[in-house]
Design a protein around this ligand. Structure first.
Ligand code: SAM
Length: 300
């Protein structure tokens, strides 16, 4: 938990977006994915439906499917229908939510060997030793890779590359640069679901470090930073306040912000270059008609 306190003490303060995801945060994210304004889930799913057969031919059957940041496993569900893997490992930091999702997957796919792995991808996480080494397919949808600055993204992709061994592949969802209004609305919806999701991080911190954040004293902020090609989400203090935790305190002035998330938006060629730098040299790309989102299959 030291990283939380270190981040809160910085000026400007920041926390990792992984702290959105307690059980309530995961459920709120699921609500976000159903919003009309939140195009990424719908668009990525649409690509997988439209191009699914072609993808399945490229990927092949009887793979060991490993989904990173699996959440409700909704996209793995579609992929399992397409490629019928022999094994499915769902990896996520939000443990209770993951276990419920995996229990539902076991009911739907009784012939697949299905396991939940609670792990933090930002650490050097390792797979259990008995995971088959042959034919691994790592699936990282939702453009979650966009939450990382370039050095972190590259480091994670290199660790994924190592998991693939010789004959594995990575299927990754990447959100693309587009009209700013479309982007902005997806991260600041009119119903306030994204605001509730962002604010919930403070309740999660209260639980993790024993702090006394009062969510009524904060508001959601989201904007597109065009110089960095990323959506930024922040929480902004509505009043001057002191936030306490065990052996610590941070004074926030009215208007001061905590940076909670970046979501980088890429050009296809730029992301293909990043994959190449991570050792994934052979990439196929599928996009939707508007070129809002890309699903990429990358191999060593
Ligand atoms: C944006 S959601 C995507 C969920 C789902 N894959 C989808 O595409 O709809 C990000 C998911 O990654 C998980 N997650 C976030 N940070 C993580 C981390 N550091 N380690 C493991 N899982 C993480 C969250 O719990 C959440 O389920």
């Amino acid at each position: 938990m030291n990283d939380i306190i270190d981040g809160l003490m910085q000026i400007p303060a920041r926390i990792s977006p992984k702290y959105f995801y307690d059980a309530k945060g995961s459920a709120l994210f699921e609500d976000i994915t159903r919003l009309q304004a939140y195009y990424p889930t719908r668009t990525e799913h649409g690509i997988m439906i439209a191009k699914g057969r072609e993808m399945a031919r490229e990927i092949g059957e009887q793979r060991t499917l490993i989904e990173l940041g699996a959440g409700n496993c909704q996209k793995a569900r579609a992929l399992c229908e397409l490629i019928r893997p022999s094994h499915f490992l769902a990896v996520d930091i939000s443990e209770a939510f993951l276990h419920d999702a995996v229990a539902a997957m076991r009911l739907s796919f009784p012939k697949i060997d299905i396991r939940a792995i609670a792990a933090d991808l930002t650490t050097d996480f390792v797979l259990p030793p008995d995971v088959p080494e042959h034919g691994r397919l790592v699936f990282y949808p939702g453009s979650s890779i966009g939450n990382f600055d370039l050095p972190e993204a590259l480091s994670l992709l290199k660790r994924i590359r190592a998991l693939l061994l010789d004959d594995g592949a990575l299927l990754i969802g990447v959100d693309l640069l587009k009209n700013e209004t479309v982007l902005y609305k997806a991260y600041d919806d009119e119903l306030g679901v994204t605001a509730a999701f962002n604010l919930n991080a403070l309740d999660h911190l209260n639980h993790l470090i024993g702090s006394d954040f009062d969510t009524r004293q904060w508001q959601h902020r989201a904007f597109f930073n065009s110089a960095q090609s990323r959506i930024e989400m922040h929480l902004e203090a509505l009043t001057d306040q002191h936030v306490h935790w065990h052996h610590g305190v941070r004074c926030f002035s009215r208007g001061e912000r905590i940076h909670t998330e970046n979501s980088y938006k890429y050009r296809v060629d730029d992301f293909v270059d990043i994959l190449r730098d991570a050792g994934l040299t052979r990439t196929q790309v599928w996009t939707d008609d508007k070129a809002w989102f890309a699903v990429m299959l990358a191999r060593p």
